[in-house]
Ligand binder design. Sequence first.
Ligand SMILES: [Zn+2]
Length: 312
Amino acid sequence: MKRYQAYTFLTLGTTAIILTVACVDFASSELVELSYTYNVDAPTSPKLNPFNFSVLQKGFNDKGIWVELNEFCSSEHSGTHVDAPVHFSRGSWTIDEIPLDRLWNVPGVVIDVTQAIERSSERNYHIQVKDLEKWEEEHHGYIPDGAVVLIHTGWGKMVKDLQEYSGLDEERSNNFPGLSEEAAIWLATYGQRNGYSKGVVGVGVDTISVDVGNSTLYPVHRALYSHNIYGIENMANLDKLLGRKFELTILPMRIGGGSGAPARIIASVREKQLGHVFVRSASTALPRNFFFLLATTVILREFLKVLTPTLY
Ligand SMILES: [Zn+2]
């Protein structure tokens, strides 16, 4: 009977340890800022009116109360912003019509295409279907249903120099990489091919546009937005998400009938998921978990001593 009790407590103890470790890791997450500060330096296509900010009041008023009050004038499409599907698809969602369950805490994946871009000498490199399939094959399996797919081109490194970032030339044409039409269709029809209910809900880039810089017909805008998939442009810090598991919250300003809007975008990075351990996060979680395990084992041993003295 004593031995039976000991085994019972050992089983309960082990379960407690596993749950403790799982809960600790499950609760831990890191928030990553994916939007640039919205000011006159925020990345914006040189073809649009720049962000205009003026100070109306900054100081003590006649009652001795400190007041700061500013106003701004801005394109819907400057800085880090969301393109509503209606931007290039008549009758599709305006920015205030995008359902909240496609913006709040949605699964995200980031696809790194920097190597393909570096290998190409073409500044307006068209990201190929094979560049996206490579990610599926080599790293993470399938894009989950309802996900936002982020494309990391590495262009964010140039964001402080708008001339370099936009590649604006003498003909007033921008020059930077973007998705090919085939890649956009591949993303837009991903859900259909995999029997998903939502499919891909949004596509984000670390450049000015989801299309290549010198595009004039905007096939990517049209292919995605006609499927009510929204775009996110001028995203920051995509390199911080590479190889990690995360959820995204995308909050564009609720402009009535807007074709787009400046947005705050945040990734919540999971260090570890039940049944899905990432090597990088496991290495950071291990030392902390070791102390939890040690403490739980010591407490368990003391319990067993008291409850099953004949075993000791
Ligand atoms: Zn836009």
